[in-house]
Design a protein. Sequence first.
Length: 208
Amino acid sequence: MATEKSEEAKQTSAGASGAAPVVTVCPRCGASGPSVRTVPDACAAPDSPGSGLSDRLAKAPGVESRFDSFTHFLEGMVLAFVCAGLAQHGVQNDKPLFTIGGAALAVLLFAGTLWVVRGEARERAAVAAGRPRAEELWTAACHCASCESVFYPTGSPWPGPLTTDQFRKYVWTEAGYTEQLDEQLKQVELPPRTPADPTAPGGAHGHA
């Protein structure tokens, strides 16, 4: 009987001293609960595509698929073939303008098609190479719907909140996607890398 009471006392004590669940709190506005979600969860929400949030929090640049590149190659070759036929028509009918113009266009289309297809292949390779790093940074972050901030709950690898554009630039730059930054994103400046202020609303963490 004494043993049973002792065990019950231990269980009660353990339950009372158990740590409270950790609640993620936005360091900018102090919001928590449903307003704060991980970036993957925020992008997976049904309203994310319509609001543009999934684009603003894009993990990596969009690239043409291999199928798209193959389609572009076929289209370019068809046009080059048509121009080559025009040049052949000029030769057969003694029309120098057709011959020169058709041949020049055929060469330009052929070279341009190869340049485009190779460029698309390079972009796919660059995105694939940076995907592990981008995935690591993107998955660990949280988004606050109340103030549109993005932050890392642990304060690492970036301390303090970022705007969605700052977050996207940070992830893309770290993943090696610098060449894929558009002009607008290039103008975005990241805030100073200073430790998060523990006295800010919510600090880095809160406990329920």
